[in-house]
Write a protein that binds this ligand. Structure first.
Ligand code: XIL
Length: 549
């Protein structure tokens, strides 16, 4: 299905009104070009994410959910606990919210799940044995009917087998017996003749006792005409443990005549993350993606939410997590790149065009504002780097930046290069030169103490200069004027000149730096009387003598 075809169908649906629905057979591919959803759609598959209602107030999260994926699964709110909390009291409000979001995004929805022993309201356990089949059918009928034409798959029965391939002893198994699974599928089919009906389970991703049991069940359903369309491999996997037989397993189910979906993919690691684990995880995600791509009837992959911010793993597997392709800050992890590449993303090797030469304005002793003509790029300009020689001075998302922390009285020759998301850098712009101004009146505090000695012949002076500003000072001078003809005789820790009443004391090499926010340097002098009792001050400057007051 082409992108434009999808869009026109969505548009047509919208004009019908609020109750309009997308045809379920559509592969939604409204995700933005280059997204995982769009790449998967180009291969005839979907790439989706689980999501949950509380997260939908997180706008950056919702934005990526809508642009990157072409399928959604409600992580919780279609479960029995939410949809029939009291017997025959159905509420679909929360699940409807997810379905409506998916529709507005052009995404298809997997329904999850109708019959499961977990997240089952307490009242179900108290239903009499001879009533439970009717109760189960009633639940299925109501829920499937409500979401008819709005979901493309139903996980009809979830997690019905033990690891050794025997039936899990759930309330349904115990009160209805082995036949409950087939009955559930029949009830779902009766309520919706076209939705794809899935059996879904974990630890059936590779070949083993449990997947053998599911295989045997599907085979017998096919022989008996029980309506089953697909098998969901949950794929809650452990780092480095993608089953080697995953593709073979998918293929054997396909060969039985059912579709396969990877329904709840996550790949957990022992925390904390590190580079090696991220690399392994990327390899694991690539392997799963490739296993699905290799089998035509593998219809798509759903990650069990897409970001570590909302993963269920840490709460259920203590000490483990970081299982998803986006980190907790919604940044893409190496796993994302691996999935994207496996889905056929063409690496972007085209650099952005060269930006225009920057123009400098509002130049001060430590800042300057630059602006330049924007670059263009085949995919998109991600931002700009500003360099002085080889030194990266600043980065900017837009075609302008204010440089800060510059040295005073200094000539800067700067160039700008544009970059794209793949890391391609444009050629450097033409250079622009500007010179920062003299830093007079920078913020400082001067403490001066002086005392006469020997009854009048001379005095000692002690001066401490404190940098009260937020940036360190390199090189300083202090200028003051004696009011009563005093002369400096000697100075320690500073050099000085005193042509007349005004004295300029300048740092020596070892005390040139005064740290930001309260750093100090001191010097001392002797002088000829009378000792002054008050001082006048000027601020330190950067390598320059400030004018006298
Ligand atoms: C999990 C949800 O992600 C959690 O929020 C919830 O607390 C428990 O269920 N197999 C399934 C999913 O089929 O429904 C489960 O989802 C994860 C395991």
């Amino acid at each position: 299905m082409s992108r434009s075809g999808t869009m026109s169908l969505i548009a047509a649906a919208v004009t019908i009104g609020a109750v309009a629905v997308l045809p379920v057979a559509m592969t939604a591919d409204a995700a933005v070009p280059g997204s995982l959803g769009a790449l998967a759609a180009a291969k005839g598959k979907y790439f989706g994410s689980a999501t949950d209602n509380p997260e939908l107030s997180d706008a950056p999260y919702v934005s990526i959910l809508g642009s990157e994926f072409n399928q959604l699964t409600p992580g919780n709110t279609m479960k029995w606990q939410y949809t029939e909390p009291s017997q025959n009291q159905f509420t679909f409000t929360q699940a409807d919210t997810v379905v409506n979001l998916a529709r507005s995004n052009g995404q298809v929805v997997r329904g999850h799940t109708l019959v499961w022993h977990n997240q089952l309201p307490g009242w179900v356990a108290n239903v009499a044995a001879d009533q439970l089949l009717g109760v189960m059918r009633n639940h299925i009928t109501n829920e499937v009917t409500h979401f008819r034409d709005q979901v493309v798959h139903w996980d009809v029965v979830n997690e019905a087998f033990e690891e050794n391939g025997t039936r899990r002893q759930t309330v349904f198994q115990q009160k209805i017996g082995d036949g409950y699974i087939a009955e559930a599928f029949r009830a779902a089919r009766a309520a919706d003749p076209t939705v794809k009906l899935y059996y879904n389970d974990y630890n059936i991703d590779g070949i083993g006792a449990k997947s053998d049991a599911v295989y045997a069940m599907v085979q017998s359903f096919k022989q008996q005409g029980v309506p089953i369309d697909g098998v969901g491999l949950q794929a809650h996997l452990i780092l480095g443990q993608v089953p080697a037989t995953m593709q073979q397993n998918i293929q054997r189910f396909a060969d039985l005549g059912v579709d396969v979906a990877i329904t709840e993919l996550d790949i957990r690691m022992n925390l904390p993350r590190d580079t090696a684990k991220d690399t392994q995880q990327a390899n694991d995600y690539r392997a799963v993606t490739n296993a699905c791509l290799a089998v035509t009837r593998c219809v798509g992959i759903t990650v069990w939410d897409y970001t570590d911010k909302y993963s269920w793993i840490p709460s259920v597997f203590p000490g483990q997590g970081a299982a998803l392709p986006y980190d907790e800050n919604l940044a893409r992890k190496p796993a994302y790149a691996a999935i994207s590449a496996a889905l056929g993303a063409v690496p972007d090797t085209t650099a952005p065009s060269t930006p225009g030469p920057p123009t400098a304005s509002n130049v001060t002793s430590s800042t300057a504002t630059l602006a330049w003509t924007a670059s263009t790029d085949n995919v998109g300009v991600a931002g700009y780097n500003v360099y002085r020689g080889d030194t990266l001075l600043a980065q900017s998302a837009t075609n302008g930046v204010t440089l800060t922390g510059l040295s005073a009285s200094t000539q800067y020759q700067v160039v700008v290069r544009a970059r794209d998301a793949a890391g391609n850098l444009s050629a450097a712009s033409a250079a622009t030169t500007f010179t920062t101004t003299v830093a007079v009146g920078g913020s400082c505090r001067v403490a001066y103490g002086a005392s006469n000695w020997g009854g009048g012949g001379g005095f000692t002076g002690q001066v401490t200069v404190t940098n009260t500003g937020p940036t360190a000072i390199t090189g300083w001078s202090l200028v003051w004027t004696y009011a009563n003809g005093q002369r400096v005789a000697q100075m320690w820790n500073a050099t000085y000149t005193q042509p007349a009443a005004t004295v300029t004391a300048t740092n020596v090499s070892y005390n040139a730096s005064i740290g930001a926010n309260g750093g100090t340097q001191s010097f001392a002098s002797t002088g000829r009387t009378p000792a002054p009792t008050a001082s006048r001050r000027r601020s330190p400057s950067t390598g320059r003598t400030a004018p006298s007051p």
